[in-house]
Design a protein around this ligand. Structure first.
Ligand code: PMP
Length: 453
């Protein structure tokens, strides 16, 4: 296999100030970054980000970059959106933090009302957490405890190959990406895994694949359904696996199987929720409602860590009892429902409603679709997978770190992307302008052409 064309072209042409060099030296001395192989980190010439505005990030040397992945899939309206800035400042003038254990506050209450106002039917309760993984963790514990308190403890989880739900141990237990998860198998919860509905056999279509995986799931449930408390899915797209999309009929099938076998359906909308797929929630594409829904990432508009589990009243009721009954959900975090985070989230959701951001996301998705529809094997592209704005362009493997190399070329063009293996991910802020989107698409296509075309 030939290597990526002309590797020298990826040598950064940007100038670096003494300050940037000093910051990087200090970083290298003491900082441990997530998902980062530190023996390669220094050689990867990382950016030091100083400031941001709208869809743009600026580094310590004044170079501007279009934020093509919404700072890891979180930015909604843009960076430093004045109305979210104001909401956080106003909250800061009233209350920084107060515990949600034994007391409550207006931002936490109002956010729950707003979230549920636009939630899939049947979801009636909001439990706050911090990151996506901590919401997943809470949902998994809720599902087991609810089964136990209904008189039939069910210690098994059913999940999907290629799935990703975060990096805490419960979330890793229901993950299905070998590279991230295999190491931890000896210390995992007990689970059963079915194949991915997004990985198609030769000549297979997505609807056919959905039937096949649902048949597999049924067989598992027929054998061990009495022990399964929950089935957890990433609705419509397994994002971290490389934007593996599946047919909406898969989710309808999962819902029906959960009902038949008495398991809870957990929809992990940490990546897909808050408008990314062109609907507020990805489950809307299939017209189903889960028993538990997790969200995070874009909830605060991309500002602050806040996640939540939305639950049905039936799940909530399984936890009611006298204080000494042991039925309490003994779970929470010091910063649960932090008022600054809640204020940011409220402002974000209000702005989304005012601006029609979800419909705008659908239009952004269509533009991305139109600009990438022509890509195929002749361009070095294996497949373009997309739902709404969530886009993965799988490129031909032309040597080590092909996806990384495409993203590096895009960076040289002033556009920040992040690959998932050989899949180049596009996930623009939902507030991106048409002109900025054109810049993003042009840089992406040019970089793909340069590396694999
Ligand atoms: N669930 C899904 C579907 C995700 O995509 C992610 C993160 N990419 C998570 C959970 C974990 O979220 P966090 O990184 O905020 O813990």
């Amino acid at each position: 296999m030939p290597g990526p064309k002309d590797p020298s072209a990826s040598t950064p042409v940007r100038s670096r100030s003494a300050r940037t060099a000093d910051l990087l030296a200090r970083d290298r001395r003491h900082v441990w970054h997530p998902f980062t192989q530190h023996s390669a980190w220094a050689g990867d010439d990382p950016l030091v980000i100083e400031s941001a505005q709208g869809s743009w990030l600026t580094d310590t040397d004044g170079h501007r970059y279009l934020d093509g992945v919404s700072s890891l899939w979180v930015t909604v309206h843009g960076h430093r959106e004045p109305l979210i800035d104001d909401a956080i400042r106003a909250q800061l003038g009233r209350l920084d933090h107060a515990t949600f254990l034994g007391s409550t506050h207006e931002p936490g209450i109002a956010l729950a009302e707003t979230l549920l106002g636009d939630a899939p039917a049947g979801l009636a309760r909001v439990f706050y957490a911090g990151d996506g993984a901590s919401a997943v963790e809470a949902a998994l514990k809720m599902a087991y405890q609810a089964s136990a308190q209904r008189g039939q403890p069910r210690p098994l989880y059913l999940h999907i190959a290629e799935g990703y739900h975060g990096d805490t141990l419960g979330a890793v237990s229901v993950g299905g990406i070998g590279l991230f998860h295999a190491t931890y198998r000896p210390i995992m919860l007990e689970t059963r895994m079915v194949s991915s509905p997004g990985l198609l056999g030769p000549g297979q279509d997505r609807a056919g694949r959905a039937v096949e995986v649902l048949t597999e799931m049924r067989a598992l449930l027929e054998a061990e359904g009495d022990h399964v408390c929950a089935v957890i899915v990433e609705p419509m797209v397994q994002a971290a696996a490389g934007m593996l999309t599946h047919d909406a009929s898969f989710l309808r099938g999962v819902r029906a199987l959960c009902d038949e076998f008495g398991a809870l359906m957990v929809a992990d909308e940490v990546a897909t929720g808050i408008g990314r797929t062109g609907r507020m929630w990805a489950v809307e594409h299939a017209g189903v409602s889960p028993d538990l829904l997790t969200c995070g990432k874009g909830l605060t508009g991309g500002y602050l860590p806040l996640s939540a589990v939305l639950a049905t009243e039936a799940v909530y009721e399984a936890f009611l009892g006298t204080p000494d009954s042991g039925r309490t959900f003994f779970h929470g975090h010091t910063y649960t429902a932090n008022p600054l985070c809640a204020a940011a989230a409220l402002a974000n959701l209000e702005l989304m409603a005012e601006r029609g951001t979800v419909a705008r996301a659908a239009r952004i998705g269509e533009r991305i679709g139109a600009a990438t529809a022509h890509l195929g094997p002749g361009d070095g592209v294996v497949e373009v997978r997309r739902i709404g704005t969530m886009t993965g362009i799988e490129v031909r493997d032309v040597g080590e770190r092909t996806g990384f190399e495409v993203c590096r070329r895009a960076r040289d063009r002033g556009v920040l992307l992040r690959p998932l293996g050989d899949v180049v991910v596009l996930m623009p802020p939902l507030g991106i302008t048409d002109a900025e989107l054109d810049t993003l698409l042009e840089a992406t296509l040019a970089s793909i052409a340069e590396v694999v075309g």
